[in-house]
Write a protein that binds this ligand. Structure first.
Ligand SMILES: Cc1cc2nc3c(=O)[nH]c(=O)nc-3n(C[C@H](O)[C@H](O)[C@H](O)COP(=O)(O)OP(=O)(O)OC[C@H]3O[C@@H](n4cnc5c(N)ncnc54)[C@H](O)[C@@H]3O)c2cc1C
Length: 431
């Protein structure tokens, strides 16, 4: 463990998905790995836990993935996670406007050509083909463009498509958000057609899907996991990391040992003050509500005999998304820094009002609700932040960086975190 062993060890600090992704790739190649994590659990911003108030396993927040997330799918295959994600046979996104009670399904076409925008029955209500074609402007978005430089807020698609998409994908208000990153999202999803756009949701929770199988995989390969170890300082000597200083102990590194810091940007700034990182962030607020029984789900695809998806996009209320798992309904509000300042009771009341309306429940009967306020859910994905995303290499020979905020070219997502871990593992040259 202290570097006296014959084979060089890779010390990975941070057991979020970036750290786990680096660890499983290195363990697959047979390298000795130890992961250090400050908290009592692995998973970081993507975790499940048993909530005593609801008496249910819940996630810190709803996470939506897509079939375009090839790194996620490869990671799950490598760790032999099994069928832990739900995938509908066809991409379908149900939406409900809480103000008008109008509902629709967004169903991208098979193949790359978006036939659906020419069909009034497939289009979002109140929109015409031209409204969609105006979005082509995004194809020319440069690194300094904001979404609102490229898209018109007066377009009928703004409220029902662009705004929900930007907020969900970039967790940043559209007037600040990077158009370039949105372009990357569209290039990897809608531009590839329906097969790349199928929504993926963790069947039993984020922990059982993305974290627990990785920990099993690592354990079988002899990797170490040290929980409750907060890295306080790095001993940087002669252009390399010589030791890791944790609150409880100092780990001296062997000559050929390597370090991957898979930490949020705020931690990197403290540990490596000279490194430029994106520090501004936005909140995501989630509320988990335990109902008396699993509710009727009126948003299926009955007309096309397609399987239902366990979520619903909302416009016109406070919540952006509503997810259903058994008798627990979970609401998400992204780019929620202002809402996050409200007391939890007030947040719970607002999100219950949306839920009661969407699921046609009695608004007076508010059930137990757990509000989870992730104040630094992701970095603020602005044009300025794009210039502060370092790659995996650092100025120190044996030190690499990983995390959803590093320069993966993608928004801060599970896919980005997993790709960043893979990139760091690949960039390691081990004797
Ligand atoms: C509420 C919410 C909803 C989201 N929704 C989606 C979604 O729908 N789809 C999607 O793809 N993504 C979503 N994301 C983003 C996704 O969760 C993140 O991109 C991903 O989990 C980041 O992983 P990471 O490993 O880069 O960072 P983290 O998960 O933050 O991992 C960093 C780890 O380092 C640990 N650590 C910090 N400091 C120290 C230290 N000094 N010493 C040791 N350990 C330390 C932390 O405890 C943490 O475990 C969401 C995030 C949130 C919060």
């Amino acid at each position: 463990m202290t570097g006296t062993t014959s084979r060089p060890r890779v010390h990975i600090v941070g057991a979020g998905l970036a750290g786990l992704s680096a660890a499983v790739r290195l363990a697959e190649r047979g390298h000795p790995v130890t992961i250090y994590e400050a908290t009592a659990n692995a998973g970081g911003r993507c975790r499940s836990f048993h909530d005593a108030k609801l008496d249910r396993l819940i996630d810190n927040g709803n996470h939506l993935m897509m079939t375009a997330n090839t790194a996620v799918l490869d990671y799950l295959k490598l760790i032999d996670a099994g069928p832990v994600l739900t995938e509908p046979a066809r991409a379908s996104y149900p939406f409900l406007d809480l103000t008008s009670s109008r509902s629709w399904h967004l169903r991208p076409s098979r193949g790359r050509f978006p036939w659906w925008i020419f069909d009034p029955k497939q289009r979002i209500p109140g929109t015409g083909t031209l409204d969609y074609l105006k979005g082509l402007r995004l194809g020319f978005a440069g690194k300094n463009d904001r979404v609102t430089d490229c898209l018109d807020r007066e377009n009928p698609l703004w409220r029902t498509f662009w705004e929900p998409l930007v907020v969900a994908a970039l967790n940043t208000p559209p007037e600040e958000a990077s158009a370039y990153l949105l372009r990357r999202v569209l290039t990897e999803t809608f531009a590839k057609g329906e097969a790349a756009c199928r929504p993926l949701v963790a069947r039993e929770g984020l922990g059982p899907a993305l974290v627990d199988p990785a920990l099993r995989f690592l354990q079988h390969r002899g990797a170490g996991l040290r929980l409750g170890q907060r890295l306080r300082r790095l001993d940087l000597t002669d252009g390399r990391v010589a030791a890791l200083d944790f609150a409880q102990e100092t780990i001296a590194l062997g000559h050929n040992d390597r370090v991957i810091l898979a930490l949020p940007p705020q931690a990197i700034q403290t540990l490596l003050p000279g490194v430029d990182v994106p520090l501004d962030s936005h909140a995501i607020v989630n509320a988990h509500i335990r109902l008396n029984q699993a509710p009727a789900w009126p948003f299926g695809n009955a007309d096309e005999a397609l399987p239902e998806v366990p979520f619903l996009g909302l416009v016109g209320g406070t919540a952006d998304w509503l997810f259903l798992r058994g008798d627990v309904v979970s609401l998400t509000v992204s780019a929620a820094s202002r809402l996050a300042e409200s007391p939890n009771d007030a947040i719970a009341a607002r999100l219950w009002a949306d839920t009661a309306k969407a699921l046609r429940l009695d608004p007076a009967e508010q059930p137990p609700i757990r509000v989870i306020n992730e104040k630094r859910a992701t970095f603020a994905q602005t044009p300025a932040a794009l210039h502060r995303r370092p790659g995996p290499q650092s100025a120190w020979g044996n030190l690499l960086l990983a995390g959803d905020w590093t320069d993966t070219g993608l928004p801060a997502t599970i896919e980005s975190a997993i790709r960043s871990g893979e990139a760091a593992a690949k960039a390691l040259t081990l004797p």
